[in-house]
Ligand binder design. Structure first.
Ligand SMILES: Cc1cc2nc3c(=O)[nH]c(=O)nc-3n(C[C@H](O)[C@H](O)[C@H](O)COP(=O)(O)OP(=O)(O)OC[C@H]3O[C@@H](n4cnc5c(N)ncnc54)[C@H](O)[C@@H]3O)c2cc1C
Length: 379
């Protein structure tokens, strides 16, 4: 017997994970995704899955599939200087009693395929090219009208529609906006060089180059660089711009720059924004998850991890509290501090990367290790 009905707005990593977790907890789940299909909502190249992301994916039956197609590491990473000399090992963290690796990397389309297949297998209904036009919360449920003219009433609505969430104004003050960090990221898939068997970070004078293994033969290069807000760069200039910015680097970054940065069409460029919404993350029967309430810059590879954890915790709270108000309150309480730590630590690392000379005592590797050790604590 169904425990209730939930509409999830947004079929990204958070929305799909929540759909699976709620289906497994016995809810009828309907997901609406504004993009036309599974892949048109996937922006970017690869994704870092820290061990806490794998634990959350294990809870919804998706970790094994991610590790089967991706690349699991035996340590988090290494930090190199601009010439490519080793500065520090970054061991990462393991969960006591678990075999999960410190990190797995895979492509975003692979992750989307795995989550979508599992959501469908559990019986969630997914509709593309569709969103809501109105949401009206009431004592008997949330009345929803959709862009295709249909309507329905749900026990709960989950806003999983990302950093520019349209559900968010139904939950909290409309003025909440993401903040641009001052950095943007170039990313490009490359063949996996043998030394990219963990995350490799190489500090430059104005940004951080990094490498992430995302398959047996595949890795991605990223470069977090200082970038004026709103500055536009034509796609056909991406390769020249990236090569120029990576000019000071030797070692791995220098070799990759000279060998693989040729085709501007393959480069994905993305501004880095952050947001942490004050708790509680619900109003009545409408609740928010993922980037809609805690958008994270990529410095700790934790944004998607937190969105997946949100979905798992939300389903647990609904399944264990008979009253939805108590369930949603408990959900925000369990999530807020954890997400705040990730958002604030990621911003601190970004500020350091943009201007290392002004932060001589900043310990990038130490803060990363602290966060990773905090993340293996029970959620
Ligand atoms: C450069 C960069 C690199 C990153 N790398 C990593 C990483 O390695 N590891 C990691 O864990 N995190 C990473 N992140 C963060 C991660 O991508 C996000 O935190 C994560 O995708 C959030 O998931 P989400 O489902 O909450 O939101 P989203 O991924 O934004 O998904 C929202 C979904 O809702 C849909 N949608 C939007 N509006 C509507 C609407 N009105 N109606 C219906 N659907 C709607 C969108 O099309 C989308 O499919 C990175 C972020 C950036 C910017």
């Amino acid at each position: 017997m169904s425990r209730g009905t939930a509409l999830i707005v947004g079929g990204g990593i958070g929305g799909l994970s929540t759909a699976i977790a709620l289906r497994n907890a016995g809810y009828d789940v309907h997901v609406v995704e504004i993009q036309a299909d599974l892949h048109s909502s996937v922006y970017g190249v690869g994704i870092i899955q820290p061990v806490n992301a794998l634990r959350a994916l294990e809870a919804i039956g998706c970790a094994e599939a991610c590790m089967a197609v991706g690349y699991s590491t035996t340590a988090w990473g290494q930090m190199l200087d601009v010439d490519g000399n080793l500065v520090r090992e970054m061991p990462g963290a393991r969960i006591p009693g678990s075999d999960l690796p410190p990190m797995n990397g895979l492509t975003r389309p692979q992750l989307h395929r795995i989550l979508t297949d599992k959501a469908l297998e559990t019986g969630a209904v997914l509709e593309y090219s569709k969103t809501f036009t109105t949401l009206k919360d009431g004592p008997a449920g949330v009345a929803v009208e959709f862009t295709d003219g249909s309507s329905s009433v749900y026990d709960y609505v989950v806003g999983a529609d990302g950093v520019y969430s349209k559900v968010r104004p139904h939950v909290m003050a409309e003025g909440l906006k993401p903040v641009y960090l001052g950095q943007s990221a170039f990313r490009l898939n490359i063949p996996r060089e043998p030394e990219i068997d963990r995350i490799i970070l190489q500090h430059g004078p104005e940004g951080l180059a990094g490498f992430v293994p995302i398959g047996p033969d595949l890795a991605y290069l990223f470069y977090n660089t200082t970038w004026e807000e709103g500055r536009w760069l034509d796609q056909d200039k991406m390769a020249d711009e990236l090569r120029e910015r990576l000019a000071p680097f030797g070692g791995l970054t220098g070799r990759v720059r000279d060998k693989y940065i040729n085709d501007p069409a393959q480069i994905v460029f993305r501004p880095e924004e952050w947001l942490i919404a004050p708790a509680p993350w619900h109003n009545g029967r409408i609740v928010l998850i993922g980037d809609a309430v805690h958008a994270v810059t990529p410095h700790l590879g934790q944004g998607a991890a937190q969105a997946i954890e949100d979905g798992v915790v939300l389903a647990e709270c609904l399944a264990t509290h008979p009253d939805h108000e108590d369930a949603f309150t408990s959900y925000s309480e369990r999530r807020y501090e954890r997400c705040r730590l990730i958002v604030e630590s990621s911003v601190a690392i970004g500020e350091y990367e943009m201007d290392p000379a002004s932060h001589p005592d900043f310990d990038h590797a130490g803060l990363t290790q602290h966060v990773l050790e905090t993340m293996i604590q029970p959620v």
